[in-house]
Design a protein around this ligand. Structure first.
Ligand SMILES: [Ca+2]
Ligand SMILES: [Ca+2]
Length: 251
């Protein structure tokens, strides 16, 4: 902390949606979503969805995906950062697009911090329409350019209302489950309680925080690694999904 005015902004809302009353509040650095406690800053609970995060791995506010590498064998699409008023934090989202087959990208270095076994990786994701998609969320990725082949992969299928967890390095399925109806056009929270004993407890929540489904299984083959995202439209058609505010809690 220097002598300058601090501007701790909402970790879930854009400036326009924040609780500042006036521009003067903004200029004065009025604090929102953090409290000063014991001489330190403590985050306050977010306004919606899931639990607050201890560590943000990526919120895409730097406007780039240079920390990621496209999976060279699953390059059937594209990823970009886009500005959107729907961003959960700041102005930007990651837009993941498939041309109808599997597209995936991963990051093992360059981002602030990556979850390991013992943490609870958390992804906020959005299906903008009712397309039949399989969204892939990776953790424990061993190689960024092989995200789809070297990490744990949560598959969330919106039309099919199901989810599955695989260890893509070993090829084994760790868990699978049906879910309640997965809504389109609203933020969903996917969180994985990744235990050091190899247990994985996966839950998906809607934007109100209601649980849509859960699954659990045991696999201790990977204990750390990078993260990533992917998309596969099961009908061979082009489609998109959005990701924002990826991070983890460290209980
Ligand atoms: Ca970036
Ligand atoms: Ca963002």
């Amino acid at each position: 902390m220097t002598g300058e005015l601090s501007r701790f902004t909402s970790n879930r809302r854009t400036r326009g949606e924040a609780s500042w009353k006036t521009d003067e509040d903004w200029k004065a650095g009025v604090v929102e979503n953090v409290e000063i406690s014991g001489g330190g800053l403590v985050p306050t609970p977010p306004p919606e969805g899931g639990e607050d995060l201890d560590f943000v791995t990526d919120n895409f506010e730097d406007g780039s995906l240079t920390e990621y590498v496209v999976d060279s064998s699953k390059d059937n699409g594209s990823a970009s950062v886009v500005q959107s008023s729907r961003s959960l934090e700041g102005d930007n989202l990651a837009r993941i697009a498939t041309n109808g087959r599997v597209f995936a990208l991963g990051s093992t270095s360059g981002l602030f911090s990556y979850p390991s076994a013992g943490d609870i990786p958390t992804f906020h994701v959005l299906f903008p329409n009712g397309d039949n998609n399989a969204l892939y969320l990776y953790y424990g990725v061993q190689q960024g350019d092989r995200a789809n082949g070297t990490g744990y992969r949560v598959t969330l299928r919106n039309k099919h209302n199901s989810m599955r967890l695989d260890n893509r390095r070993s090829g084994g399925t760790v868990a699978n489950s049906s879910t309640r109806n997965i809504p389109s056009n609203e933020w969903l929270t996917v969180e994985v309680d990744w235990r050091t004993d190899g247990d994985h407890f996966v839950k998906v929540f809607d934007s109100e925080g209601s649980e849509l489904g859960s699954m659990s299984g045991t696999d201790s083959g990977l204990t750390s690694g990078g993260i990533g995202y992917g998309l596969n439209n099961r009908n061979g058609n082009s489609s998109v999904a959005y990701v924002d505010f990826v991070g983890y809690r460290s209980p």
